[in-house]
Design a protein around this ligand. Structure first.
Ligand SMILES: O=C[C@H](O)[C@H](O)[C@H](O)COP(=O)(O)O
Length: 219
């Protein structure tokens, strides 16, 4: 079975929680794309009435193309439900996001959400967060932030692409992250480091898809 099928199963199960009149925060990435397509189908086939806000320019475009009414998040203080993917997630509902570079907007929308559902295929479940952590950095601060990351024991590697906000995206390899809370607290204090992919408290519900089906876990 292809990983895409597992992602689709998780996404389809999650969108069953979307009901009329909800304002839905739409995540970014290949798993979120299945949720967007599924919501578009529910609008067409069932007459589901929702509005949505995107966590990236690509997601906004995909949602519009799917027939979902999209509002600019700038004017919104809260959303009802956020549905988004992740790159890794541990048993304590702590995740690394940002493989697609959208983690800054994703964290804002997730924080504005009354509930956040994370949709993943089973390969994303890990006992401990370990993959390189994406950060978004103001170009003016890139050498300083890289020095701070190295001082924390991380190895920063810049991506060739910029974020939707035209900032730098840098993957920081810290090896296994023993204390994600402590790392997030320090990263949050570095001037010029605008966002990072550690999502430690935002996720309420996880849908995990695999060959056998879908599992739902509640925090
Ligand atoms: O910036 C991208 C997001 O955080 C994605 O949700 C994450 O990278 C997972 O992507 P995918 O669903 O494509 O595996």
């Amino acid at each position: 079975m292809m990983i895409g099928d597992s992602k689709k199963k998780a996404a389809e199960a999650a969108i069953a929680e979307v009901t009329d009149d909800m304002l839905v925060g739409l995540g970014t990435g290949s798993t979120a794309a299945f949720a967007i397509a599924g919501l578009g189908r529910r609008i067409r086939e069932e007459g589901l009435r929702i509005t949505a806000a995107g966590t990236s320019l690509a997601t906004e475009a995909a949602a519009r193309a799917a027939g979902i009414p999209v509002l600019a998040f700038d004017d919104l203080a809260a959303v009802d439900l956020c549905i988004d993917g992740a790159d890794e997630i541990d048993p304590a509902f702590r995740a690394i996001k940002g493989g697609g570079g959208a983690m800054l907007r994703e964290k804002i929308v997730a924080s504005a959400a009354r509930r956040m559902i994370c949709i993943v295929d089973a390969s994303k479940q890990v006992p401990q967060l370990i993959r390189p952590l994406p950060i978004e950095v103001l170009p003016f601060a890139h050498a300083f932030v890289a020095r701070e990351i190295r001082a924390l024991g991380g190895e920063p590697v810049a991506r060739p692409t910029l974020s939707d906000q035209h900032n730098l995206l840098i993957d920081c390899d810290f090896g296994p992250i023993g204390d994600p809370q402590a790392l997030a607290r320090i990263l949050d204090m570095i001037p010029g480091l605008l966002g990072h992919g550690l999502f430690l408290s935002e996720i309420d519900t996880i849908y995990v898809g695999d060959e056998a089906g879908v599992e739902r876990h509640e925090r």
